[in-house]
Design a binder for this molecule. Structure first.
Ligand code: BGC
Length: 272
C-alpha cells in the first residue's frame, strides 16, 4: 500500500481543462500525491502557467508541464498524449475534465450550441480515453508503480442522472459519459485498466458564477443541496487523487457522486 502523499509517485497524469476550476484542483491534488502532471488548457495559457507555478512550489516531487489542446479535436488530443509521453515517458492517469456549458431552451438551441457542448463534453472524453487505453494496454501492469495498468477518470456531473431543461446539450453529454465509462470498464478491465467517473454537484467555479454571484439564485441553489453548501473544487480534487490511487483498486465502472446530497432530490423532503 502506498503511503499518504506518495500514493501516485512515479506516475504521470494528464488533466484536461486544468487551467481553472475543478481541473486545477484535481491537478494540484494529484501532484500532491507525487504524480507528474500535464496541465492541459484550451485558451487560458496564463491560468495554466499559474497552476504550474503553484504546483512547483507546493509539490516538489512532481514534474509539471503545460500543453494547449482542444479536446474536441482528434489531432490535438493525439498531440497532447504524445507530448506527455515525450516529457515523462508514459501516461498512467487520464482525467478527462474539460467541460463547457452553452445554455438555451431546447426549442431555441442552435446546432452550434449543441455541437460545441457534445464536442468538448462527450467526444473529448472519448478521444482522451482512446489515447489513454492504447498507452495503458501497451504498458500493462507495472507492479512497482500501481496495481492497475492505468486509470481513466471521467469528470461527469449530477446531470448524468438529473435531467436539466434549458441545458439539454449538457445533460445529454453527461448521460452519454455513463455508457462510455461503463463500456470501457466492461471491455478493458481484463487489462487491469480502471475507468470511473466523478459526478460533482454544484461546485464554485467560473462555469456557474452567474448563479453563486447573485444572492437570490444562490439561495435557490442551496435549496437543492441537502448539505447546504456548494462544493469547493478541492472537494473534487480529494476524490480524484484517491480514485487514481491503489486504495480504490477494486472500484471500476462506477460513478462517485460528490454533490452534498443533490441527487437525493431534496425538493421531495416535504412534498410529493
Ligand atoms: C454544472 C453547474 C451546476 C451543477 C449543478 C454542473 O455540472 O456545470 O453549472 O451548478 O452541475 O446543477
Amino acid at each position: 500500500m502506498q503511503k499518504p502523499n506518495e500514493r501516485l509517485t512515479n506516475q504521470t497524469s494528464i488533466v484536461t481543462g486544468a487551467s481553472s476550476g475543478i481541473g486545477t484542483a484535481v491537478a494540484k491534488a494529484l501532484a500532491r500525491e507525487g504524480s507528474n502532471v500535464i496541465i492541459n488548457y484550451h485558451n487560458n495559457k496564463i491560468g495554466a502557467e499559474e497552476v504550474a507555478h503553484a504546483i512547483t512550489q507546493d509539490s516538489k516531487n512532481a514534474g509539471v508541464r503545460i500543453k494547449q489542446a482542444d479536446v474536441s479535436d482528434e489531432a490535438s488530443v493525439k498531440e497532447l498524449f504524445k507530448f506527455g509521453k515525450t516529457e515523462f515517458g508514459t501516461i498512467d492517469i487520464c482525467v478527462s475534465n474539460s467541460g463547457i456549458q452553452k445554455d438555451a431552451p431546447l426549442h431555441d438551441m442552435t446546432i452550434s450550441q449543441w455541437n460545441q457542448v457534445i464536442g468538448v463534453n462527450l467526444t473529448g472524453q472519448f478521444l482522451c480515453a482512446r489515447e489513454a487505453l492504447k498507452e495503458f494496454m501497451a504498458n500493462g501492469v507495472q507492479e512497482k508503480i500501481s496495481s492497475s495498468a492505468g486509470k481513466i477518470i471521467h469528470m461527469s456531473s449530477v446531470h448524468e442522472v438529473i435531467p436539466w431543461s434549458n441545458h439539454a446539450n449538457y445533460a445529454a453529454a453527461k448521460g452519454g459519459i455513463v455508457m462510455l465509462m461503463q463500456s470501457i470498464c466492461q471491455g478493458y478491465a481484463k487489462y487491469k485498466i480502471r475507468c470511473n467517473s466523478i459526478a460533482p454537484g454544484a461546485t464554485k467555479t467560473a462555469i456557474n458564477k452567474d448563479v453563486w454571484n447573485n444572492e437570490q439564485s444562490y439561495n435557490d441553489l442551496l435549496r437543492l443541496i441537502p448539505y447546504n453548501r456548494m462544493a469547493e473544487p478541492e472537494d473534487i480534487g480529494a476524490v480524484a487523487s484517491w480514485l487514481a490511487s491503489d486504495e480504490s483498486e477494486y472500484i471500476n465502472g462506477t460513478t462517485i457522486f460528490v454533490d452534498g446530497g443533490m441527487t437525493c432530490y431534496p425538493g421531495f423532503t416535504t412534498n410529493g
